[in-house]
Design a protein around this ligand. Structure first.
Ligand code: SPQ
Length: 441
């Protein structure tokens, strides 16, 4: 595959009304629960990005009949919790941490062995956070040295429910343990140190499974069944975030993003931008399939640097690369702490963003658990994305506040979460071009 890079010319403003693609987290979960449900699940608004397609292909290779995706529509003929078949080969999860971590919980409950692999970036990410609780439940899982993929999950180990205190605020670990709990004897419960995205709990309930949430503890009992339920996936607030930041920092902008998921466990980016002085208005609030959605209108505003409240960190965890661009164009200093998790995403997002900002002449100092960014002049330069879609997209919107061109290397992985990013960004006013050019064939 050729190395795709983006060229971004400085300046521009964002105007218009757009709809960004479907939510990645909800799309993954729709395939997982739809496959394991009894009956047929229709999904609309499904994100046709590489990550969610990795999940879809994995279930197909375990015997689930799945039609689509076509224009975001997927039909899943569920096989029930015990209807999966052994795949012919390894399950390739590409770049997707959500696929490998959530599916390790599900695979631990099967009566066949599975090996899950990933790309260069995923093969560096920590998996002990899921293998430790799963082995406490009775699963037998081997990892590569250092606790990274591939994961070899042995067949047919009987699982028993546990209570698990999550050592990190992670929706993937929480979901992994709860999904394994579907196959475990007795009750499985997890307590999280801070609220994280709750799409798994909401969707399980939507499929008729009892999940009890009491304060920060979530519990369910194994041995039940999932009943098929249709899912309308809202637009991904993590994808919307690039445009929220872009419209805030580019003078003269007025942009509306339609039908965006505003689940309160995901809206930290709105709270942080508002604390920085952003002009963000929510309208047409409604609830679809158990998930709140709204239209979001953003008008440009003078942003100021802030100390980001640590309580908002898990609620905006994927939006920090974009928020660092907002901080770089704001007046004054922005300080982030309590965000060490950013170091174990698709890249070390603290270091990689600091390097890129420094390249562009911004004073950004990484700290063990965060970053200090002095807002001010943003020139331009050559950026390495380190296989990380969110780094590539963040430096694309940075063009709006840059004084020189920005070239971003290795942007192939933008397709993992936002396949039409360049076209949509260009259509609302970002001066971005992709090389080699995308061929419409
Ligand atoms: O799937 P992946 O690669 O882990 O994707 C990321 C992202 O930026 O798209 C993280 F790098 O999102 C995670 C998110 O950070 C998706 C997710 C989920 O769907 O449950 C939860 C978060 O991860 P974690 O480790 O905090 O639970």
């Amino acid at each position: 595959m050729s190395n795709i890079h983006f060229n971004v010319q400085p300046g521009g403003k964002l105007q218009g009304t757009i709809r960004v693609p479907g939510d990645k987290s909800i799309s993954h979960r729709s395939i997982m629960l739809g496959s394991l449900a009894e009956g047929t699940t229709q999904v609309s608004g499904f994100l046709q990005g590489d990550d969610c397609l990795a999940t879809l292909n994995a279930f197909r290779s375990m015997g689930v009949e799945i039609e689509g995706p076509e224009n975001g529509n997927v039909t899943i003929h569920g096989v029930g919790l015990h209807g999966l078949k052994a795949p012919a080969g390894d399950l390739y999860m590409g770049n997707s941490g959500t696929s490998i971590r959530l599916m390790s919980g599900l695979m631990a409950g099967q009566n066949f062995a599975v090996t899950m692999t990933g790309d260069r970036s995923l093969s560096k990410r920590p998996m002990k956070r899921v293998t430790i609780p799963l082995s406490q439940m009775g699963a037998v899982i081997e990892t590569a040295e250092g606790g990274t993929p591939p994961l070899h999950i042995k067949a047919g180990n009987k699982l028993t429910g546990i209570h698990y205190d999550l050592p990190v605020a992670s929706a993937q670990v929480k979901s992994c343990v709860l999904l394994a709990g579907l196959y475990a004897e007795g009750e499985t419960s997890v307590t999280e140190p801070a609220p994280t995205r709750d799409h798994t709990e909401r969707m399980l309930r939507g499929f008729g499974y009892e999940v009890i949430t009491e304060d920060n503890t979530i519990k369910l009992t194994g041995g039940g069944k999932l009943t098929a339920s249709n899912i309308d996936v809202p637009s991904d607030i993590s994808s919307a975030a690039f445009f929220m930041v872009g419209a805030s920092i580019a003078e003269g902008s007025d942009l509306t993003l339609q039908h965006v998921g505003i689940n309160p466990t995901r809206t930290g980016v709105i709270d942080i931008l508002r604390l920085m002085g952003a002009d963000i208005e929510l309208s047409n609030k409604t609830e679809i399939g158990g998930e709140p959605v709204a239209d979001i209108r953003i008008r440009s505003a003078k942003l100021k640097g802030i100390q980001i409240p640590e309580s908002l960190v898990p609620l905006a965890i994927d939006e920090f690369p974009a928020l660092f661009i907002a901080a770089a164009s704001a007046e004054g200093k922005t300080i982030l702490t309590g965000a060490e998790e950013l170091r174990v995403k698709e890249s070390d997002r603290i270091q990689v963003m600091a390097d890129g900002l420094n390249t562009c002449g911004v004073n950004a100092k990484p700290t063990p658990d965060g970053i200090i960014i002095q807002g001010g002049n943003f020139s331009g330069g050559e950026i390495e994305s380190h296989d990380d879609h969110r780094i590539a997209m963040s430096f694309t919107i940075a063009g709006l506040c840059a004084s020189k061109e920005i070239n971003i290397n290795n942007c192939n992985n933008v397709d993992t979460s936002f396949p039409n990013f360049v076209e949509l960004a260009a259509s609302v006013g970002i001066n971005v071009k992709q090389f080699p050019y995308k061929l419409n064939i």
